[in-house]
Design a protein around this ligand. Structure first.
Ligand SMILES: [Cu+2]
Length: 488
């Protein structure tokens, strides 16, 4: 356990492992941040900020998102209320297995009780290395224990059997040599078996370490893009955690849940300047392959990010590269959209306004610089040509807005919604397991949307980022683009 908790450096994944969520637990509005551990089993740090000051206690528990495990709730743990700030709560939960999980939040306050479920993807991000000093120390202990065992055998079968007062026995030299020989063999065999077991465990763990699966893509002369499943096995498992029922990628891609109306959200961004952006929704053919006719696209090399959610609620982002000639392309359909942007200057500073087709989008930034690993509400206001907040935003794929966060080197990619960084299909499963439905959300969309769209998120590491904020107005998908620098 101590080894698993050793501090570690930067994280991999598609770079953004922490979960940020904003939602209602009954009458209480909460902002939930879950800092995921790098290794599983591991401890996730949970921070909850309440909008109101009438909460008396919060309890949390981890639970499987789907399957039999989602029925058996462990005992919830109380969160600690901050002394200085009574609206801030912190706590920790153990994540024991690779699985799509949920964090249950139970709130008590003067307005009664409330519940909330936040999906969590328990993925190992990397294998932690053992510290050199600790390794040498443990190695020394091993040698000491091995030598001691041989010595104990020697004494137990040799000197311990002599009559009192007798110091040696005729023929005891040969016998002792035999005992020592067998003892050494025994110890070596134990060490060998132990090492084999350790390696087998380490191998099975490293298979579960989440590496963004590599998507392969082909484009035919007519501009139709076909995606091939990544190779190898996926960490999406068919069986319960701990069982070895791994699925192959083609199996995973045949068992997906629609996520805000689509089985796949595919983002293409032109390298290296991030100056062309596409949000597409390929569909499956009867063989289970995803394909779609590309829109008009300038030539170049594109980075692909494809978001899918499995039936068990596991959210997966696949990555790939695509070299394209100029594509004359099909007209955009449905929820598909494209946007052009100036080349990413990577020295962004504080860009706060982005022009839209008929108006502009303003990033309502708090003064001061952005810091990595800080939970934020990123707020964007949509204004018309006269600079007045617009009142005619329409839901785009069921939500007020979609935010895509990209780090300038492509190591961070996040697809965020007003509810947070969780996949909407996973959230649906979490709410279903709570017994409630997405009806609350659906009814929310009947009301006119505000001119401001807010996204709970925290930048995982310092660097230059480009944000693509997508909203829908006058039946047109509009994309605001912002560059920013994030300090350590
Ligand atoms: Cu979205």
């Amino acid at each position: 356990m101590v080894l698993l908790l050793l501090p570690a450096g930067v994280c991999a994944h598609v770079g953004s492992p922490d979960t940020f969520f904003e939602g209602n637990a009954g009458p209480y509005r909460l902002f939930v941040t879950v800092r995921m551990p790098e290794a599983i089993p591991g401890v996730a740090e949970v921070e909850i900020r309440s909008e109101s000051s009438d909460i008396t206690g919060i309890r949390i528990l981890p639970l499987q998102l789907t399957g039999a495990g989602s029925q058996y709730e462990p005992k919830p743990e109380p969160m600690e209320q901050s002394i200085r700030d009574s609206q801030f709560f912190s706590g920790r939960i153990w994540l024991m297995a690779f699985h799509a999980l949920q964090l249950r939040v139970e709130v008590e306050g003067t307005r009664g009780e409330g519940m909330l479920a936040v999906p969590l993807m328990a993925e190992a991000q990397r294998t932690l290395r053992m510290d050199k000093q600790l390794g040498s120390l443990l190695f020394a202990f091993m040698i000491f224990l091995a030598a001691s065992l041989v010595l104990i055998l020697r004494v137990a079968l040799g000197e311990a059997r002599l009559e009192p007062g007798v110091t040696s026995d005729s023929g005891s030299g040969t016998k002792l040599r035999w005992v020592t020989g067998v003892g050494v063999l025994l110890v070596v065999a134990i060490l060998y078996l132990g090492n084999t077991w350790w390696n087998a465990e380490a191998n099975s763990y490293s298979r579960g370490v989440m590496k963004p699966p590599v998507l392969r893509a082909f484009v035919d002369p007519a501009g139709r893009l076909s995606l091939l499943a990544p190779e190898g096995q996926s960490p999406a498992r068919a069986g319960p955690p701990g069982s070895d029922a791994w699925l192959t990628w083609p199996e995973v891609l045949k068992n997906l849940r629609p996520d805000h109306g689509h089985l796949m959200h595919l983002f293409l961004v032109r390298l290296p300047a991030w100056d062309y952006f596409c949000h597409l929704h390929p569909e499956t053919d009867p063989q289970g392959f995803f394909s779609q006719s590309l829109p008009i696209l300038p030539s170049g090399r594109y980075q692909m990010f494809a978001d899918v959610v499995t039936e068990t609620g596991l959210a997966i982002t696949m990555m790939g590269r695509l070299d394209l000639p100029e594509v004359s392309g099909a007209p955009l359909r449905g929820d598909d959209s494209t946007a052009t942007a100036p080349p990413n200057p990577a020295t962004a500073g504080t860009q706060t306004v982005s022009a839209l087709q008929d108006g502009r989008m303003k990033w309502e930034r708090d003064p001061g610089s952005l810091r990595a690993r800080t939970a934020l509400r990123l707020r964007f206001q949509v204004e018309d040509r006269e600079g007045k907040p617009v009142l005619d935003l329409e839901p785009y794929m069921g939500m007020a807005g979609h935010l895509i966060v990209l780090r300038s080197d492509g190591t961070v990619f996040a697809h965020v919604h007003p509810a947070g960084s969780v996949a909407m299909a996973s959230l649906e499963l979490a709410e279903k397991s709570l017994g409630s439905t997405m009806q609350d959300m659906a009814s929310m969309h009947q009301e006119p949307l505000s001119s401001e769209v807010a996204f709970p998120y925290g930048f995982p590491q310092p660097g230059d980022y480009r944000l693509f904020v997508q909203v829908k107005r006058k039946n047109q998908i509009q994309t605001g683009i912002f560059d920013t620098h994030v300090e350590p």
